[in-house]
Design a protein around this ligand. Sequence first.
Ligand code: NAD
Length: 469
Amino acid sequence: MENFQLLINGKLTPGASSMDVINPANGQVIAECPRADENQLNAAVAAAKAAFPAWSMLDIGDRRQKLMAIADGLEAKTGQFASLLTAEQGKPIKEATEEIIGASMMMRALASMELPEKVVMDDESGKFIEHRSPLGVVAAITPWNMPVTLLAIKMTSALLTGNTVVAKPAPTTPLTSLLFAEMADAHLPPGVFNIITDRNDLGTALTRHPDVAKISFTGSCATGKKVMESGSQSLKRVTLELGGNDAAIVLDDVDPRDVAAKLFAGAMFNCGQICLATKRAYVPASIYDEVCDELARMANETRVGDGSQPDTEMGPVQNKMQFEKVKDLIESAKAEGTIIAGGETMDGPGYFIRPTIVRDVDEDARIVKEEQFGPVLPVLRYDDLEDAIARANDTHYGLGGTVWTSDATRGAEVARQIHTGICWVNAHLAVHPAVSVGGAKQSGHGTELGAEGLEEFTQRHIVYVAKQG
Ligand code: NAD
């Protein structure tokens, strides 16, 4: 077993206590992980605060160079990171490898960005110039579904703009984040990047901490609300990337088999544990049976198993709590609709649930209304497109969505009516580092990526210079 440690003030530090990290494919302990206490949290924030003045004064080009070196370091260790990610998160090794390579590419793209000063107004009496100043210590809190990508985005955005960071990964996937910190430390001055781990018990202390200026949080809506409340004590800047219940709207002009493959991929990638996964599909009555049959066929043929095996197409649900939650939703779905594939767990100690397709289900069923965040797709029938759009919008979530059609113009018209932060036409998960995205309604607050995403790590600072008489 490797020896994982916290990173506080440039020093690899044992935890105040320890906790086991479980491989969700077999229930075995993969590593003993350090567990920080509140003193260590305070030490990490103090280190980040002390490192802030010098780091924020560095030229952005110097900060960029260090971030590029970290991106290179991550990519150079793709194999090591990917196997550890599969072991702690469960995803197939191919997807884990893609996550590591994708995270290093995302780091480079974000680190290449500039936040130049802008002249907002220039008239005969004077000039208003906008600068972007860093905020101070950023708390970067991440969930367990894409631990490396989400940490890489937050860390790069915060450090490029001149802030320092205390990161806190989810308790069930801390190892890749600890390995990342150890690798990054070689390229950064002490205290610029710190990492602590917990058992879901240090979040409030971190988000209330008076010396934390900004919270960049990705996780569930329920925790997001708590974060906003804790952050309100000192009016911290807060960015929340939260849950979703994304609808896919299929128009009546598509090839049923072709669209079924796209819906299946959109719903089942990462075992359905993606904030922007397709979580319900609206299919016109004319092709409903054909699409359902094809989805069931693909579900039945999916090779579910240990992600470390090269032929595995879908791994386990990441943790026991989520496993129980998804099982409970499937139990409700048995009474709410007809399960035409999956619906059962697999034998053995792992948290395996076969891809599950539910048809003939009503709009108010739990499996439709709640974010399942697992390998389950309810398929809803519609006769009238306006009605399908209204049903897709009838939720407090507003993260993403998709429209599938052979007429891109018609698709874009439908997509414009979906009340979310992003809606794709004939595509899914197309995310670009230069395009900022964020959730609508209760799916989030603020944005990540793009110039606007970077700006959220800064204070807008206006300098007015009067023109001489
Ligand atoms: P979670 O909210 O339970 O945990 C997320 C993180 O918050 C973890 O690090 C956890 O330890 C920490 N945390 C727990 N209590 C806290 C508190 N009181 N204060 C501060 N932090 C606290 O979420 P999860 O179960 O790890 O992740 C799944 C959820 O994340 C889903 O709802 C999913 O849709 C969402 N998600 C959203 C996005 C997005 O970009 N919108 C991306 C990935 C996941």
